[in-house]
Design a protein around this ligand. Structure first.
Ligand code: DGY
Length: 331
C-alpha cells in the first residue's frame, strides 16, 4: 500500500533536493515566486493544509492558526523561532518544530568571518579598490585590530556560541562567556571558557559575539549603555537576531569611536538596514547569511521535512519546540 500524501503548504521555494523529498510524500502547495508570500495569499492557502513549512519571514500567530485550522504541524525552516507564537500553537494542539544542530558549525564559521572582516577592515579595503581609489602601501594604512591572543566574549553559550568558542583556540585566544545559566564544568573545561557577568564581559572582551535567542528579555540587550562599557578597540559581531542590538545606538557608538567596529548578519527590521549603519565604514553588513551554504540549507530542509512527515504519519518529530503537545496527544 502506498503511503498517504499529505496536503502541505510551503511558504517559499526550498532547495530542489528538498522539494523532491517533499513531493514524494505531499500534495504540495508551494509559493514559487521570488520573495516572501504575501500575507493574504498565505492566509488564503492555509485552510485544508495539515502541515506547513514556514520561514522566519512568516509570522505564525493566532491569525495564521485561525486560517490553518486543520494544521497538525508548523515546521520552521530555521533554528530561531521568534516568528512563531509557540504558546498559541501549544494551546491549539499544533506541533511546532525548528532545525537546530544542522546549522551550528556553518553559523559559527560565519560569525568568525564577520569577526575577522570587521577587525581587519576587509570590506572597507574591498570597497576602496572597487572604487578605483588611488592607494600605496603605507605603515598606517587601514590599520585594524589583532585577533590572535586577544579575548573573545560570547553572549549566549548554546550550541552556536560554543562552536564559536571552539574556533577561538586556533587563534590562541582567551575565551569568556555569559549566559543566563552557567555551562556545566566539563563544558567550561573543554572549551577553556570562563563565566563572566554580562557587565564584566562587556568590559573585558576585545571581541563580543552574540548568540542569544530573541525574547522580550534580550530585545535591545545591547544599547548605548552597553557600548559605553565596551573597550574603544572592541569589535561586536551579531549573527543571532537583529533586535538584540539597538541599531541606532550602535551606529552612534561606531561613529563616536565608543567601539572599533561591528559585523552584522541580522538587522532590527529586516530586510531594512538602519541607514546610519550604511553610511559607516567600520561596520560590515551582510544579508542574513548565517546558515547560507549549499550543504546546510539542504540539511535544514531535510530536517524540516523529517519533522513534518513524522508528525503527519503520527510519529514524534525529532526536533519539536513544544513537546508538551506531543505528550498530551499520546497520553
Ligand atoms: C535561523 O535558522 O534561525 C537563521 O536565522 C536562518 O538561517
Amino acid at each position: 500500500m502506498s503511503a498517504e500524501r499529505w496536503p502541505v503548504l510551503v511558504t517559499r521555494r526550498l532547495p530542489p533536493v528538498v522539494m523532491e523529498a517533499l513531493k514524494a510524500r505531499c500534495q504540495l502547495d508551494a509559493w514559487e515566486a521570488d520573495g516572501a508570500i504575501p500575507r493574504n495569499e498565505l492566509l488564503r492557502r492555509l485552510p485544508g493544509k495539515l502541515g506547513a513549512i514556514t520561514l522566519l519571514t512568516e509570522k505564525v500567530d493566532a491569525e495564521f492558526l485561525d486560517a490553518g485550522r486543520d494544521l497538525r504541524i508548523v515546521a520552521n525552516y530555521a533554528v530561531g523561532f521568534d516568528n512563531i507564537d509557540v504558546v498559541e500553537c501549544t494551546r491549539r494542539g499544533v506541533l511546532a518544530s525548528n532545525t537546530p544542530e544542522v546549522l551550528t558549525e556553518t553559523t559559527a564559521d560565519l560569525a568568525w568571518t564577520l569577526l575577522t572582516a570587521a577587525a581587519r577592515r576587509i570590506a572597507e579595503g574591498d570597497r576602496l579598490l572597487r572604487a578605483r581609489t588611488p592607494w600605496i602601501w603605507g605603515p598606517e594604512m587601514m590599520l585594524g585590530q589583532d585577533i590572535h591572543h586577544k579575548t573573545l566574549g560570547i553572549v549566549g553559550f548554546g550550541r552556536i556560541g560554543r562552536a564559536v568558542a571552539r574556533r577561538a583556540h586556533g587563534f590562541g585566544m582567551r575565551v569568556m562567556y555569559h549566559d543566563v545559566t552557567r555551562a556545566p564544568e566539563d563544558v567550561e573545561r573543554e572549551l577553556s571558557a570562563d563565566f563572566r557577568t554580562f557587565d564584566e564581559l562587556l568590559a573585558e572582551a576585545d571581541f563580543i559575539s552574540i548568540h542569544v535567542a530573541l525574547t522580550p528579555r534580550t530585545r535591545h540587550l545591547f544599547g548605548a549603555e552597553q557600548f559605553r562599557r565596551m573597550k574603544p578597540t572592541a569589535v561586536l559581531v551579531n549573527t543571532s537576531r537583529g533586535p538584540v542590538v539597538d541599531e541606532a545606538a550602535l551606529a552612534a557608538a561606531l561613529r563616536a569611536g565608543d567601539i572599533f567596529a561591528a559585523g552584522l548578519d541580522v538587522f532590527e527590521n529586516e530586510p531594512e538596514v538602519h541607514p546610519d549603519l550604511l553610511d559607516l565604514d567600520n561596520v560590515v553588513v551582510i544579508p542574513h547569511l548565517g546558515s547560507a551554504t549549499v550543504e546546510t540549507r539542504n540539511a535544514m530542509g531535510f530536517l524540516a521535512v523529517q519533522n513534518l512527515i513524522a508528525a503527519l504519519d503520527g510519529r514524534r518529530p525529532p526536533t519539536l519546540i513544544n513537546p508538551e503537545v506531543w505528550y498530551r496527544r499520546s497520553t
